[in-house]
Design a protein around this ligand. Structure first.
Ligand code: HEM
Length: 365
């Protein structure tokens, strides 16, 4: 008997504790003192009467609002999160579908382009003389960025497509081990990517500020229209577009990745929506619950990453098999002078002027 009494005392104490801790700021509903029946708008499902259905209360609960909870996991203050179903459908439907179309689409376009155009050759062949294009620091930063991005892209794509494409081939246990390893790799390599992104931004931002030559370069399709290569400085307009996509998308993916690493602690999507509403006059919802924040961040992170993967596939094509003489710039750091004159004539002139000025400044022996 004493045992039973102690048991109920403990249960009662725990219930009180939970009730005190879980104090959702939802409207309170009272029972009539006279009849004991629920008054107008009482909580539905009440066993005594249950006659009234409080649609407004349920609407508030289903809106995903976060109530106040004591404890570190603030997300437990959300009772029902209907948007989770919407998120799940996008995550398993349009996201993989459009991603697959985009990646297959760019591979198809590049293959067709390569089939018709072949490798872009140097018009005047090799001159035998080279010119330094990138320092060791520039190449090191580029390859850190490139290798970390490729690891992040492969491990990230596994999260989108792995279950459909890999699981049936390698089986459940191998897939689970691979995906777990990939997840850790993804989380840690992200930091190497961020460091490289900052380095590349610092090293090259000065060369990527748009100028009037970029307009000419774009109007002449980078040399495909009007014959001959339009003049360009260190980077042409096409490369500047790649640079800014890498920097801006890379930053956005890094920030949303940071938010995903620290779940339920940021309100970046609400803040971005509020900023967009005030600057662009959009009407995005700004009162997102913490779980909704997390869901939208996963979608944003994935969509940005897939967009960047598509752009980078095109970049890798141009920087390797697509154009003769380009890859050396990132391997040895030296490019043939004819290649440099063809693609970056203004940059070659600048380099010549700089070396002449240096020669003059140095006293003759
Ligand atoms: C195996 C893969 C890659 C190859 C072969 C490659 C090749 C190259 C080459 C040859 C250049 C210099 C072009 C020039 O001399 O003007 C370059 C520049 C650059 N690369 Fe890569 N790259 C690769 C991957 C990546 C990745 C994954 C990123 C970013 C995530 C990236 C970002 C850049 C940027 C921002 C530049 C400067 C702008 C430009 O030339 O477009 N690269 N890359």
């Amino acid at each position: 008997m004493t045992l039973v009494r102690s048991f109920f005392t403990v249960v009662f104490a725990v219930m009180l504790f939970i009730a005190a801790g879980f104090s959702i700021t939802a409207p309170t509903y009272a029972q009539s003192a006279d009849t004991g029946k629920p008054v107008e708008g009482s909580v539905p499902g009440g066993t005594t009467s249950g006659s009234s259905s409080d649609a407004e209360l349920w609407r508030q609960i289903r809106s995903g609002d976060t109530g106040n909870v004591v404890g570190r996991d603030k997300s437990s203050g959300i009772m029902i999160q209907s948007q989770g179903e919407e998120w799940r459908q996008i995550r398993n439907g349009p996201l993989p579908m459009y991603s697959a179309w985009a990646i297959l689409g760019i591979l198809f376009l590049l293959s067709v382009f390569f089939a018709f155009r072949g490798r872009m050759k140097m018009a005047h062949g090799h001159s035998g003389k080279t010119i330094t294009r990138f320092t060791l620091l520039e190449r090191g930063s580029h390859w850190l960025l490139a290798s970390s991005f490729i690891v992040l892209a492969l491990t990230g794509l596994n999260l989108i497509f792995g279950k459909t494409l890999l699981l049936p081939i390698i089986g459940a246990s191998a897939f689970s081990a691979l995906t777990l390893f990939g997840k850790f790799l993804h989380n840690y390599v992200g930091f190497a990517f961020m460091v490289a992104l900052v380095m590349v931004a610092i090293l090259w931002v000065i060369h990527n500020i748009p100028n009037r030559h970029d307009l000419v370069w774009l109007m002449r399709g980078g040399g495909m229209l009007g014959g001959g290569h339009p003049p360009a400085r260190k980077f042409n307009a096409g490369q500047k577009i790649i640079f800014w996509i890498v920097i801006l998308c890379g930053a956005s993916i890094s920030i949303s990745g940071w938010a995903l690493l620290n779940p339920f602690t940021t309100t970046m999507m609400s803040d971005t929506a509020a900023l967009s509403n005030s600057i662009l006059g959009t009407e995005f919802a700004t009162n997102l619950g913490l779980i909704q924040e997390q869901q939208l961040q996963t979608l944003w992170h994935s969509a940005m990453a897939v967009f960047m993967i598509v752009v980078i596939i095109a970049h890798i094509y141009i920087g390797s098999i697509g154009m003769e003489g380009a890859l050396e710039a990132m391997t040895t750091g030296e490019v043939d002078q004819n290649w440099a004159m063809e693609h970056h004539s203004l940059w070659v002139e600048e380099m010549d002027e700089a070396s002449q000025a240096n020669a003059k400044a140095e006293p003759a022996e």
